[in-house]
Ligand binder design. Structure first.
Ligand code: LMR
Length: 393
Protein backbone atom coordinates (compact mmCIF):
# COMPACT_ATOMS: atom_id res chain seq x y z
CA UNK A 1 0.00 0.00 0.00
CA UNK A 2 2.64 2.50 1.01
CA UNK A 3 4.33 2.14 -2.35
CA UNK A 4 1.29 3.95 -3.76
CA UNK A 5 2.37 7.14 -2.05
CA UNK A 6 3.45 9.90 -4.39
CA UNK A 7 6.00 12.59 -3.56
CA UNK A 8 4.27 15.76 -2.31
CA UNK A 9 5.50 19.06 -3.61
CA UNK A 10 7.66 20.45 -0.81
CA UNK A 11 6.71 23.68 0.94
CA UNK A 12 8.87 26.37 -0.66
CA UNK A 13 9.26 28.40 2.53
CA UNK A 14 10.36 25.42 4.60
CA UNK A 15 12.66 24.18 1.83
CA UNK A 16 14.45 27.49 1.95
CA UNK A 17 15.15 26.97 5.68
CA UNK A 18 17.03 23.74 4.85
CA UNK A 19 18.87 25.33 1.93
CA UNK A 20 20.01 28.19 4.16
CA UNK A 21 21.25 25.81 6.85
CA UNK A 22 23.28 23.87 4.28
CA UNK A 23 24.99 27.01 2.91
CA UNK A 24 28.48 27.22 4.43
CA UNK A 25 29.25 30.80 3.31
CA UNK A 26 30.18 33.32 5.97
CA UNK A 27 27.82 36.30 6.23
CA UNK A 28 24.84 34.56 4.63
CA UNK A 29 21.57 36.40 5.28
CA UNK A 30 18.30 34.57 6.00
CA UNK A 31 15.25 36.56 4.91
CA UNK A 32 13.10 33.47 4.42
CA UNK A 33 10.68 31.94 6.89
CA UNK A 34 8.51 34.30 8.96
CA UNK A 35 10.26 34.02 12.28
CA UNK A 36 11.35 37.09 14.26
CA UNK A 37 15.06 37.38 14.95
CA UNK A 38 16.72 39.99 17.13
CA UNK A 39 19.82 41.91 15.90
CA UNK A 40 21.99 39.00 17.09
CA UNK A 41 20.04 36.65 14.84
CA UNK A 42 18.35 34.91 17.78
CA UNK A 43 14.63 34.19 18.13
CA UNK A 44 14.35 34.99 21.83
CA UNK A 45 11.92 33.66 24.41
CA UNK A 46 10.09 36.81 25.49
CA UNK A 47 10.59 37.91 29.11
CA UNK A 48 6.94 37.59 30.05
CA UNK A 49 6.80 34.12 28.50
CA UNK A 50 9.69 32.94 30.70
CA UNK A 51 8.03 34.34 33.80
CA UNK A 52 4.66 32.86 32.87
CA UNK A 53 6.26 29.46 32.30
CA UNK A 54 7.86 29.59 35.70
CA UNK A 55 4.57 30.50 37.33
CA UNK A 56 2.76 27.72 35.47
CA UNK A 57 5.41 25.19 36.49
CA UNK A 58 5.09 26.21 40.12
CA UNK A 59 1.29 26.26 40.23
CA UNK A 60 0.37 23.38 37.96
CA UNK A 61 -0.80 20.29 39.84
CA UNK A 62 -2.13 18.18 36.99
CA UNK A 63 -1.62 17.46 33.33
CA UNK A 64 -5.04 15.93 32.91
CA UNK A 65 -7.14 16.87 29.88
CA UNK A 66 -8.55 20.35 29.68
CA UNK A 67 -11.60 21.39 27.67
CA UNK A 68 -12.19 20.07 24.14
CA UNK A 69 -12.49 23.65 22.89
CA UNK A 70 -9.50 24.78 25.00
CA UNK A 71 -9.26 26.55 28.34
CA UNK A 72 -11.99 29.21 28.76
CA UNK A 73 -9.42 31.64 30.28
CA UNK A 74 -7.31 31.45 27.13
CA UNK A 75 -10.22 31.81 24.76
CA UNK A 76 -11.74 34.79 26.53
CA UNK A 77 -8.36 36.52 26.85
CA UNK A 78 -7.76 36.02 23.14
CA UNK A 79 -11.24 37.27 22.23
CA UNK A 80 -10.52 40.41 24.26
CA UNK A 81 -7.13 40.95 22.64
CA UNK A 82 -8.53 40.50 19.15
CA UNK A 83 -12.00 42.01 19.43
CA UNK A 84 -11.63 44.53 22.26
CA UNK A 85 -15.19 44.42 23.53
CA UNK A 86 -16.27 40.80 23.53
CA UNK A 87 -19.82 40.20 22.31
CA UNK A 88 -20.40 37.06 24.40
CA UNK A 89 -23.88 36.56 22.96
CA UNK A 90 -22.27 36.08 19.53
CA UNK A 91 -18.96 34.45 20.39
CA UNK A 92 -17.89 30.85 19.94
CA UNK A 93 -14.19 30.00 19.94
CA UNK A 94 -11.70 27.20 19.75
CA UNK A 95 -8.13 26.70 20.88
CA UNK A 96 -6.23 25.26 17.94
CA UNK A 97 -2.85 23.91 16.97
CA UNK A 98 -1.31 27.22 15.97
CA UNK A 99 -2.74 29.78 13.57
CA UNK A 100 -2.57 27.20 10.79
CA UNK A 101 -4.86 24.96 12.86
CA UNK A 102 -7.26 27.87 13.26
CA UNK A 103 -7.33 28.46 9.50
CA UNK A 104 -7.88 24.77 8.90
CA UNK A 105 -10.68 24.47 11.46
CA UNK A 106 -12.25 27.66 10.13
CA UNK A 107 -12.36 26.14 6.66
CA UNK A 108 -13.70 22.86 8.08
CA UNK A 109 -16.46 24.76 9.88
CA UNK A 110 -17.34 26.68 6.73
CA UNK A 111 -17.55 23.43 4.80
CA UNK A 112 -19.72 21.82 7.50
CA UNK A 113 -22.08 24.80 7.28
CA UNK A 114 -21.99 24.96 3.48
CA UNK A 115 -20.66 21.92 1.59
CA UNK A 116 -20.62 24.05 -1.59
CA UNK A 117 -18.53 26.81 -0.09
CA UNK A 118 -16.09 28.67 -2.35
CA UNK A 119 -13.22 30.55 -0.76
CA UNK A 120 -11.99 33.83 -2.24
CA UNK A 121 -8.35 34.34 -1.51
CA UNK A 122 -5.91 37.14 -2.25
CA UNK A 123 -3.45 36.82 -5.11
CA UNK A 124 -0.87 36.38 -3.72
CA UNK A 125 -1.42 34.84 -0.32
CA UNK A 126 0.46 32.66 2.16
CA UNK A 127 1.18 29.60 -0.05
CA UNK A 128 -0.06 27.22 2.63
CA UNK A 129 -3.57 28.71 2.38
CA UNK A 130 -3.77 27.37 -1.16
CA UNK A 131 -2.09 24.11 -0.28
CA UNK A 132 -4.51 23.41 2.59
CA UNK A 133 -7.54 24.17 0.43
CA UNK A 134 -6.26 21.98 -2.40
CA UNK A 135 -5.65 19.16 0.06
CA UNK A 136 -9.14 19.57 1.55
CA UNK A 137 -10.73 19.79 -1.88
CA UNK A 138 -12.27 23.15 -1.05
CA UNK A 139 -12.77 25.20 -4.22
CA UNK A 140 -11.16 28.61 -4.24
CA UNK A 141 -10.82 31.59 -6.55
CA UNK A 142 -8.24 34.31 -6.27
CA UNK A 143 -8.99 38.01 -6.00
CA UNK A 144 -6.47 40.50 -7.33
CA UNK A 145 -4.61 42.24 -4.53
CA UNK A 146 -1.09 43.43 -5.30
CA UNK A 147 0.04 45.95 -7.87
CA UNK A 148 3.50 44.84 -8.94
CA UNK A 149 4.28 48.31 -10.30
CA UNK A 150 3.49 50.40 -7.23
CA UNK A 151 4.00 47.52 -4.75
CA UNK A 152 0.82 48.71 -3.06
CA UNK A 153 -2.66 47.21 -2.95
CA UNK A 154 -4.51 47.32 -6.26
CA UNK A 155 -7.67 48.28 -4.46
CA UNK A 156 -9.94 48.82 -7.47
CA UNK A 157 -9.12 45.36 -8.77
CA UNK A 158 -9.54 43.86 -5.30
CA UNK A 159 -12.97 45.44 -4.90
CA UNK A 160 -14.08 44.28 -8.32
CA UNK A 161 -13.13 40.68 -7.49
CA UNK A 162 -14.32 40.59 -3.87
CA UNK A 163 -17.70 41.87 -5.11
CA UNK A 164 -18.06 38.56 -6.97
CA UNK A 165 -18.29 36.61 -3.70
CA UNK A 166 -21.85 35.55 -2.97
CA UNK A 167 -23.78 34.60 0.16
CA UNK A 168 -22.37 31.39 1.59
CA UNK A 169 -18.86 32.06 0.24
CA UNK A 170 -15.85 32.77 2.41
CA UNK A 171 -13.50 35.68 1.74
CA UNK A 172 -10.11 34.99 3.26
CA UNK A 173 -8.53 38.27 4.35
CA UNK A 174 -5.27 39.12 6.10
CA UNK A 175 -6.32 41.21 9.10
CA UNK A 176 -2.99 43.09 9.12
CA UNK A 177 0.58 42.68 7.87
CA UNK A 178 -0.33 40.95 4.59
CA UNK A 179 1.75 37.86 3.93
CA UNK A 180 3.61 37.80 1.54
CA UNK A 181 3.38 41.39 0.24
CA UNK A 182 3.47 43.68 3.31
CA UNK A 183 0.93 45.92 1.49
CA UNK A 184 -2.20 46.62 3.50
CA UNK A 185 -5.57 48.30 3.19
CA UNK A 186 -6.19 51.73 4.70
CA UNK A 187 -8.98 52.09 7.30
CA UNK A 188 -11.16 53.70 4.60
CA UNK A 189 -10.57 50.78 2.27
CA UNK A 190 -11.51 48.33 5.03
CA UNK A 191 -14.79 50.23 5.35
CA UNK A 192 -15.40 49.64 1.67
CA UNK A 193 -14.66 45.91 2.00
CA UNK A 194 -17.05 45.74 4.97
CA UNK A 195 -19.76 47.38 2.85
CA UNK A 196 -19.15 44.91 0.00
CA UNK A 197 -19.46 41.93 2.35
CA UNK A 198 -22.50 43.46 4.00
CA UNK A 199 -24.12 43.67 0.61
CA UNK A 200 -23.21 40.19 -0.64
CA UNK A 201 -23.54 38.22 2.60
CA UNK A 202 -20.18 36.52 2.00
CA UNK A 203 -18.38 35.77 5.27
CA UNK A 204 -14.84 36.91 6.06
CA UNK A 205 -12.30 34.48 7.43
CA UNK A 206 -9.66 36.82 8.79
CA UNK A 207 -6.18 35.40 9.16
CA UNK A 208 -4.63 37.41 12.00
CA UNK A 209 -1.15 35.99 12.36
CA UNK A 210 0.82 39.18 13.06
CA UNK A 211 -1.21 41.30 15.48
CA UNK A 212 1.26 43.71 17.08
CA UNK A 213 3.81 43.57 14.24
CA UNK A 214 2.33 46.29 12.04
CA UNK A 215 1.04 49.49 13.59
CA UNK A 216 0.55 48.20 17.14
CA UNK A 217 -1.67 45.74 19.00
CA UNK A 218 -4.82 47.85 18.83
CA UNK A 219 -4.32 49.30 15.35
CA UNK A 220 -3.62 45.87 13.90
CA UNK A 221 -6.94 44.60 15.24
CA UNK A 222 -8.94 47.56 13.91
CA UNK A 223 -9.96 45.93 10.61
CA UNK A 224 -11.09 42.77 12.39
CA UNK A 225 -13.07 44.82 14.91
CA UNK A 226 -14.67 46.82 12.14
CA UNK A 227 -15.81 43.70 10.30
CA UNK A 228 -16.97 42.15 13.59
CA UNK A 229 -19.11 45.20 14.31
CA UNK A 230 -20.58 45.50 10.83
CA UNK A 231 -21.22 41.90 9.75
CA UNK A 232 -23.48 39.25 11.26
CA UNK A 233 -21.03 36.38 10.82
CA UNK A 234 -17.24 36.60 11.04
CA UNK A 235 -14.46 34.03 11.45
CA UNK A 236 -11.02 34.99 12.80
CA UNK A 237 -7.98 32.71 12.85
CA UNK A 238 -5.57 34.25 15.35
CA UNK A 239 -2.03 33.04 15.88
CA UNK A 240 0.11 33.48 19.00
CA UNK A 241 3.27 32.18 17.30
CA UNK A 242 4.69 35.55 16.35
CA UNK A 243 3.36 38.07 18.85
CA UNK A 244 4.17 35.83 21.82
CA UNK A 245 7.20 34.25 20.12
CA UNK A 246 5.92 30.77 20.99
CA UNK A 247 6.19 29.29 17.52
CA UNK A 248 6.83 25.71 18.58
CA UNK A 249 4.10 25.61 21.22
CA UNK A 250 1.51 25.73 18.41
CA UNK A 251 -0.96 28.15 19.93
CA UNK A 252 -3.87 29.55 17.97
CA UNK A 253 -7.48 30.50 18.42
CA UNK A 254 -10.42 30.41 16.06
CA UNK A 255 -13.10 32.98 16.80
CA UNK A 256 -16.56 32.53 15.32
CA UNK A 257 -19.10 35.33 15.57
CA UNK A 258 -22.71 34.61 14.73
CA UNK A 259 -25.73 36.89 14.95
CA UNK A 260 -27.80 35.02 17.53
CA UNK A 261 -27.31 32.79 20.55
CA UNK A 262 -28.74 29.66 18.89
CA UNK A 263 -26.15 29.86 16.08
CA UNK A 264 -23.48 30.69 18.63
CA UNK A 265 -24.26 27.51 20.60
CA UNK A 266 -24.43 25.41 17.46
CA UNK A 267 -21.11 26.87 16.30
CA UNK A 268 -19.47 26.10 19.65
CA UNK A 269 -20.67 22.51 19.48
CA UNK A 270 -19.40 22.12 15.93
CA UNK A 271 -16.03 23.61 16.86
CA UNK A 272 -15.57 21.16 19.74
CA UNK A 273 -16.58 18.35 17.40
CA UNK A 274 -13.96 19.44 14.86
CA UNK A 275 -11.21 19.38 17.47
CA UNK A 276 -12.32 15.93 18.63
CA UNK A 277 -12.21 14.56 15.09
CA UNK A 278 -8.84 16.07 14.31
CA UNK A 279 -6.69 15.76 17.41
CA UNK A 280 -9.08 15.61 20.34
CA UNK A 281 -7.87 18.10 22.91
CA UNK A 282 -5.85 21.10 21.76
CA UNK A 283 -2.36 21.67 23.19
CA UNK A 284 -2.47 23.57 26.47
CA UNK A 285 0.99 24.81 27.39
CA UNK A 286 1.20 27.70 24.94
CA UNK A 287 -2.41 28.66 25.60
CA UNK A 288 -1.69 28.73 29.32
CA UNK A 289 1.34 30.96 28.76
CA UNK A 290 -0.82 33.37 26.79
CA UNK A 291 -3.67 33.49 29.31
CA UNK A 292 -1.20 33.85 32.20
CA UNK A 293 0.30 36.88 30.47
CA UNK A 294 -2.91 38.49 29.26
CA UNK A 295 -4.69 38.06 32.59
CA UNK A 296 -1.90 39.59 34.70
CA UNK A 297 -1.51 43.35 34.48
CA UNK A 298 2.24 43.40 35.10
CA UNK A 299 3.08 40.55 32.75
CA UNK A 300 0.82 41.96 30.08
CA UNK A 301 2.50 45.35 30.26
CA UNK A 302 5.96 43.81 30.04
CA UNK A 303 4.93 41.61 27.10
CA UNK A 304 3.31 44.54 25.28
CA UNK A 305 6.45 46.64 25.84
CA UNK A 306 8.73 43.94 24.43
CA UNK A 307 6.40 43.42 21.46
CA UNK A 308 6.51 47.15 20.84
CA UNK A 309 10.34 47.07 20.87
CA UNK A 310 10.23 44.30 18.28
CA UNK A 311 7.76 46.23 16.14
CA UNK A 312 9.65 49.50 16.25
CA UNK A 313 12.93 47.68 15.57
CA UNK A 314 11.45 46.25 12.38
CA UNK A 315 10.11 49.66 11.37
CA UNK A 316 13.55 51.19 11.85
CA UNK A 317 15.05 48.50 9.61
CA UNK A 318 12.41 49.24 6.97
CA UNK A 319 13.28 52.95 7.09
CA UNK A 320 17.01 52.23 6.89
CA UNK A 321 16.66 49.88 3.92
CA UNK A 322 14.39 52.28 2.03
CA UNK A 323 16.79 55.14 2.74
CA UNK A 324 19.90 53.18 1.68
CA UNK A 325 18.15 52.20 -1.55
CA UNK A 326 17.08 55.81 -2.09
CA UNK A 327 20.74 56.83 -1.88
CA UNK A 328 21.97 54.03 -4.11
CA UNK A 329 19.34 54.48 -6.83
CA UNK A 330 18.89 58.21 -6.46
CA UNK A 331 15.16 57.52 -6.65
CA UNK A 332 12.15 56.72 -4.50
CA UNK A 333 11.63 53.39 -6.20
CA UNK A 334 12.01 51.41 -3.01
CA UNK A 335 10.10 53.70 -0.66
CA UNK A 336 7.33 51.11 -0.53
CA UNK A 337 9.54 49.12 1.88
CA UNK A 338 9.01 51.84 4.49
CA UNK A 339 5.29 51.99 3.75
CA UNK A 340 4.77 48.24 4.08
CA UNK A 341 3.95 46.75 7.47
CA UNK A 342 4.68 43.54 9.31
CA UNK A 343 7.45 41.07 8.82
CA UNK A 344 7.37 40.95 5.05
CA UNK A 345 7.75 43.01 1.94
CA UNK A 346 7.46 41.75 -1.59
CA UNK A 347 10.25 43.34 -3.60
CA UNK A 348 8.68 42.64 -6.96
CA UNK A 349 11.85 40.99 -8.29
CA UNK A 350 11.93 38.18 -10.86
CA UNK A 351 12.73 34.59 -9.81
CA UNK A 352 16.07 34.96 -11.64
CA UNK A 353 16.94 38.05 -9.59
CA UNK A 354 15.98 36.23 -6.37
CA UNK A 355 18.22 33.36 -7.46
CA UNK A 356 21.07 35.79 -8.22
CA UNK A 357 20.77 37.25 -4.72
CA UNK A 358 21.20 33.76 -3.34
CA UNK A 359 24.03 32.67 -5.63
CA UNK A 360 26.07 35.88 -5.66
CA UNK A 361 25.34 37.40 -2.25
CA UNK A 362 24.11 34.50 -0.05
CA UNK A 363 20.86 36.39 0.54
CA UNK A 364 17.93 34.02 0.97
CA UNK A 365 14.39 35.18 0.30
CA UNK A 366 11.30 33.33 -0.87
CA UNK A 367 11.15 32.87 -4.67
CA UNK A 368 8.33 35.40 -5.11
CA UNK A 369 10.80 38.00 -3.70
CA UNK A 370 9.23 38.12 -0.23
CA UNK A 371 11.79 39.23 2.28
CA UNK A 372 11.57 38.92 6.04
CA UNK A 373 12.60 42.28 7.46
CA UNK A 374 13.27 40.68 10.85
CA UNK A 375 16.09 38.67 9.29
CA UNK A 376 18.09 41.91 8.99
CA UNK A 377 20.03 44.08 11.41
CA UNK A 378 21.63 47.52 11.11
CA UNK A 379 24.84 45.99 9.73
CA UNK A 380 23.25 43.73 7.16
CA UNK A 381 20.84 46.34 5.73
CA UNK A 382 23.57 48.10 3.66
CA UNK A 383 24.80 44.71 2.41
CA UNK A 384 21.29 43.80 1.29
CA UNK A 385 20.76 47.19 -0.33
CA UNK A 386 23.91 46.76 -2.40
CA UNK A 387 23.04 43.15 -3.25
CA UNK A 388 19.60 44.27 -4.48
CA UNK A 389 21.20 46.75 -6.86
CA UNK A 390 23.81 44.23 -8.01
CA UNK A 391 21.05 41.73 -8.78
CA UNK A 392 19.53 44.35 -11.09
CA UNK A 393 16.27 44.70 -9.15
C1 LMR B 1 5.75 32.24 6.90
O1 LMR B 1 4.94 32.64 6.08
O2 LMR B 1 6.98 32.23 6.67
C2 LMR B 1 5.28 31.78 8.24
O3 LMR B 1 3.91 31.88 8.34
C3 LMR B 1 5.79 30.45 8.62
C4 LMR B 1 5.20 29.33 7.83
O4 LMR B 1 4.76 28.36 8.47
O5 LMR B 1 5.18 29.38 6.60
Amino acid sequence: MLSNLKPQSPDKILMLVEEFKADTRQGKIDLGVGVYKNPEGVTPVMRAVKTAEQRIWEAETTKSYTNLSGEPEFRSAMAKMVLGDVPTDRLASLATVGGTGAVRQGLELARLANPDVTVHVSDPTWPNHLSIMKFMGVPFVEYRYFDNETRDVDFDAMKEDVAKAVKGDIVLLHGCCHNPTGANLTPEQWEEIAALLEKSGAIPLIDLAYQGFGDGLEADAAATRLLASRLPEVLVAASCSKNFGIYRERTGNLIVLSDNTADRDQSQGSLAFLNRQTYSFPPDHGARIVSTILNDEGLRADWAAELEEIRSGMLALREQLASDLRDLTNSERFDFIARHRGMFSRLGATPEQVQKLKTDSAVYMVGDSRLNIAGLNRNTVPLLARAIIEAGI
